[in-house]
Write a protein that binds this ligand. Structure first.
Ligand code: 2IP
Ligand code: CA
Length: 403
């Protein structure tokens, strides 16, 4: 379904991103629901000949393919964005034999099927299934809140970060804990997200974000998953989102934090002491943890790891959080501002920007979020966690020295 006339460019671009994320989610679900694809997805690398097969790297192919589909679909509707859509993956797919092929969406289903079958070492069934999903447009309802957006931002000022499948490990492993509805899932398919973030080419602020969760509800009768999609826009002083800002004024609201399960042990203990172990959740997936904050399932997501997340992990959710009155900032900058200028300085700690590589680093690390991060839903939550950390880690404490 297309978004009809009279809509501003912001509404048209956002609708296009939501649609692209739904196609990405459909491909992600297909790879788990069709045997011909699922067998490739979960295939173990057992060494020897098997390791040399194209198919042993199918999970990378699923990632690369989804990224190329998003780039293609957005580029067709917004040619001015071609060359400005960046992702975690490289479109060149190299198999176990060292042979390279560029993954792309071809002009027809048949051509895409031929290309994918070649990449999949002659597996025509898998190639055709994927090619069909690449070319079919998912039917989505036009969100009336998107149709009503009048915040016009010329697309030639914009660029995009894509994370085609965030939390790839959970995607491969699968699993779902039905009991976890009011708190973050610690692991499993609900932690998998497709992340699309639009940022300003000059200045690097995230202005529009889509977070798609392909695996949310499982229908035991037909064995199918359905998902959710969330979006947010924050530009030209206007904010709009599919979510409502978390209600932090509710008396029942308890301050809670979501952390990576691989978070530094000493750092986690400091937070457990400050806020109580019951208010600390561990969850997989950087995008999922940021979504939990946007949805009010946690007040903040804190990561102390320098370079533990990348621009593609945070750009889309960051725009969603900004649309709700929150944001994402570097943990290191917050602690420095708090220590040197006091709590009031936190209000002006700069938001993470997405347009410049770290020139001192190489490869993917150039796009790492340097100095850890705090994703928060309100200034009050940001202050609460920084104050606790600054007090707990006095001048002689080494807990945050690595930042
Ligand atoms: C990963 C994924 C991991 C996350 C890491 C991301 O992205 O989200 O789950 O680690 O930061 O870069 P953790 O779960 O410990 O937070 P991908 O799955 O796309 O590599
Ligand atoms: Ca990721």
């Amino acid at each position: 379904m297309s978004i009809s006339g009279g809509c501003g460019i912001t509404a048209t671009l956002l609708h296009c991103l939501v649609q692209a994320s739904e196609k990405a989610a459909a491909i992600a679900r297909l790879c788990r629901s069709e045997n011909a694809l699922f067998e490739l997805l979960v295939q173990e690398k057992t060494g020897g000949d098997k390791n040399k097969k194209f198919v042993s790297d199918f999970k990378t192919l699923a990632d690369v393919l989804i990224q190329e589909v998003i780039k293609h679909d957005v580029g067709v509707k917004f040619p001015v964005l071609v060359g400005h859509i960046h992702g975690e993956e490289n479109s060149k797919f190299t198999n176990g034999l060292g042979e390279s092929e560029t993954v792309r969406v071809c002009a027809s289903v048949a051509d895409t099927a031929v290309l994918l079958t070649r990449i999949l070492d002659g597996n025509a069934r898998a190639g055709q299934l994927l090619a069909h999903a690449v070319h079919v447009e998912p039917e989505i309802m036009v969100d009336h809140r998107i149709r009503g957006l009048r915040l016009d931002e010329p697309p030639n000022n914009l660029a995009i970060w894509v994370d085609p499948i965030d939390s790839t490990n959970q995607y491969i492993q699968g699993g779902y804990n039905m009991s976890e509805h009011t708190r973050p899932h610690s692991q499993g398919l609900p932690c998998v997200t497709v992340l699309i973030g639009v940022y300003e080419r000059i200045g690097g602020l995230p202005v529009m974000g889509v977070v798609n969760q392909p695996f949310v509800h499982y229908d035991g009768e037909n064995g199918r998953w359905s998902g959710n999609v969330f979006w947010g826009v924050c530009c030209n002083g206007e904010q709009a989102s599919s979510l409502s800002p978390p209600d932090s004024t509710s008396p029942a609201d308890t301050f809670s934090l979501v952390l990576s399960s691989s978070e530094d042990r000493a750092f986690r203990s400091t937070l457990e002491e400050a806020f109580g172990p019951d208010n600390i959740y561990l969850a997989a997936g950087a995008g999922y943890k940021e979504l939990c904050v946007a949805k009010g399932l946690a007040s903040v997501f804190v990561s102390s790891e320098d370079g533990g997340t990348y621009m593609w992990d945070s750009c889309g959710p960051h725009a969603l959080l900004r649309a709700l009155g929150g944001g994402i900032v570097r943990l290191k900058s917050c602690l420095e501002d708090y220590r040197h200028k006091g709590p009031s300085a936190l209000a002006s700690t700069p938001q993470i920007r997405y347009h410049k590589p770290l020139l001192s680093r190489e490869g993917a690390q150039q796009w790492a979020n340097e100095g850890g991060l705090v994703a928060y839903s309100s200034d009050k939550s940001l202050c609460a966690v920084i104050e606790a950390l600054a007090q707990a880690c006095g001048p002689d404490d080494t807990t945050t020295d690595k930042l």
